[in-house]
Design a protein around this ligand. Structure first.
Ligand SMILES: [Fe+2]
Ligand SMILES: [Fe+2]
Length: 468
């Protein structure tokens, strides 16, 4: 099972050749995917050779092969993690039953919606990032962008496989629709709001990989617990790819912070813009924005949908099987925050409807590592995560104005101060002015430090993308 068949048109480890109907459906979809990739994938680099990793087996040891590939020739395929023998539904009303190998009829519509919603984010992020290659800060970063992009493309394949294999005609229609929606399109937008925002620059890209892919990780981890076994196996392998995306985000911001600190020390000023850096205050405003937009992706704090997904055995909690409780949660409660007039207070709520709350990760560890860099430079400034109620569009805090430190403020105060809290037009114009491509091997844009090491043991000045 671990071995992947690369001899067939669609690489896979699901014995695709044994299911002619499915094979035909996917072979019919493949050219449409490639057409989408050429239209909406990385702009301007389709013919270039990129040093990419490709999955060769799905076990933990050495699943990746590295080599130069032109992106349209990347071997996108269908890779599922190893099945767990005797796996059961581990939570909800069906707890203790054997895990489902087919879609349970009563939950068919709900499950399809969950898969489509996850699947829609994958091509959306490729669309959002398609112009970034033209302003890359280095070949190393350019390669990382493309690695993330091809893997998001593969995640789309993963969801389309489930739709085509298990949902018949409806599934095939959804697979087509996933290639027809477009990020930010007024008529045919992507499903979730954050995936219709622009990713106009590399600071936004790194923030997106840090905050939004982290949401993605928690969503995938909770789908990996699903009682529907093919979804679980699919998401378990996707998680191994997702880890690299968060690495790109976290280290990208760390390198920007590091460069800011170097310039601060060298020139004895916080205002490093004069020297072509990105000042910590601007980084903080971008952080505030991306953190709040990503929190919205977790959904409403109190959600009957989340409760229903759980009770039905479709979507669990992060690390469900490691938790020591009854995995039914009918009696349990959970502490949630809510608004009491002007104050943010906590109260107990039924655990089932509070499931979105538990999934929320506070991202604190990554921020602590950035602050470690600042501290090592002897600088007395800290980056902070904004309060969870800050700048929210979904959930109970969407109706109030809240400062990054969690004070409910009036509209007038918000109007007067939001320029200190969120990226301004001037910030955006400044960041845009820095977006000048640097493509000589081993060279980096002035606003970002080189990475500590290269990819797959290669030196930092390796030719990660062959542009010539
Ligand atoms: Fe993904
Ligand atoms: Fe990702």
């Amino acid at each position: 099972m671990a071995g992947i068949d690369y001899t067939s048109l669609i690489p896979n480890n699901v014995n695709l050749h044994e299911n002619r109907r499915l094979q035909r459906a996917l072979e019919d979809w493949q050219p449409k995917f490639l057409e989408w990739w050429k239209d909406m994938g990385p702009n301007g680099f389709q013919a270039k050779e990129v040093y990419l990793r490709t999955a060769i087996s799905v076990d933990a040891q050495g699943w990746a092969h590295f080599g130069y590939v032109r992106m349209p020739e990347y071997r996108w395929g269908i890779f599922l993690a190893e099945p767990e023998p005797g796996r059961q539904v581990n939570f909800g009303d069906h707890k203790g039953q054997p895990a489902w190998q087919e879609v349970p009829g009563e939950h068919r519509g709900t499950l399809r919606r969950l898969i489509v919603t996850q699947g829609d984010t994958e091509p959306a992020s490729v669309e959002q990032q398609r112009h970034l290659g033209r302003t890359c800060p280095s070949l190393y970063d350019l390669r990382n962008l493309f690695q993330v992009n091809v893997e998001e493309g593969r995640h789309l394949w993963a969801m389309v496989y489930l739709l085509d294999a298990y949902f018949g005609r409806d599934g095939r229609e959804e697979s087509e629709a996933l290639l027809q929606r477009r990020s930010g399109d007024a008529d045919k937008p992507r499903i979730l709001g954050a995936f219709n925002e622009k990713t106009p620059d590399w600071l936004s890209f790194f923030m997106f990989c840090f905050f939004t892919d982290r949401d993605g990780k928690y969503q995938l981890a909770s789908l990996a617990e699903s009682g529907f076994d093919p979804l679980s196996q699919t998401c378990r392998f996707m998680l191994t790819e997702e880890a690299h995306h968060m690495f790109v985000g976290e280290t990208g911001i760390m390198r920007i912070v590091q460069r800011a600190c170097e310039l601060m020390r060298e020139h004895k000023t916080e205002d490093v813009r004069k020297y072509g850096g990105i000042d910590l205050r601007t980084i903080q405003r971008y952080l505030n924005f991306h953190c709040s937009v990503s929190l919205d992706l977790f959904g409403s704090e109190i959600s009957t949908n989340a409760a229903n997904f759980y009770t039905a055995g479709l979507k669990g909690r992060f690390e469900e099987t490691k938790k020591q409780d009854d995995h039914l949660l009918k009696e349990a409660t959970y502490t949630v925050v809510e608004l009491d007039g002007e104050r943010i207070v906590t109260r107990e709520e039924g655990a089932l409807v509070s499931l979105n709350e538990r999934l929320r990760d506070d991202c604190a560890r990554g921020v602590a590592r950035w602050n470690e860099v600042i501290r090592k430079h002897g600088i007395d400034i800290e980056l902070k995560l904004p309060h969870r109620a800050f700048h929210r569009a979904i959930g109970i805090f969407s109706e109030v104005r809240v400062s990054p430190d969690g004070q409910v403020v009036s509209q007038a105060e918000w109007d007067a101060r939001h320029h200190d809290w969120l990226p301004t037009e001037e910030d955006k114009a400044y960041i845009q002015s820095l977006m000048v491509p640097v493509t000589e091997p081993g060279k980096f844009a002035n606003w970002i430090a080189p990475p500590a090491r290269g990819i797959n043991g290669q030196p930092v000045d390796f030719e990660y993308v062959r542009l010539a």
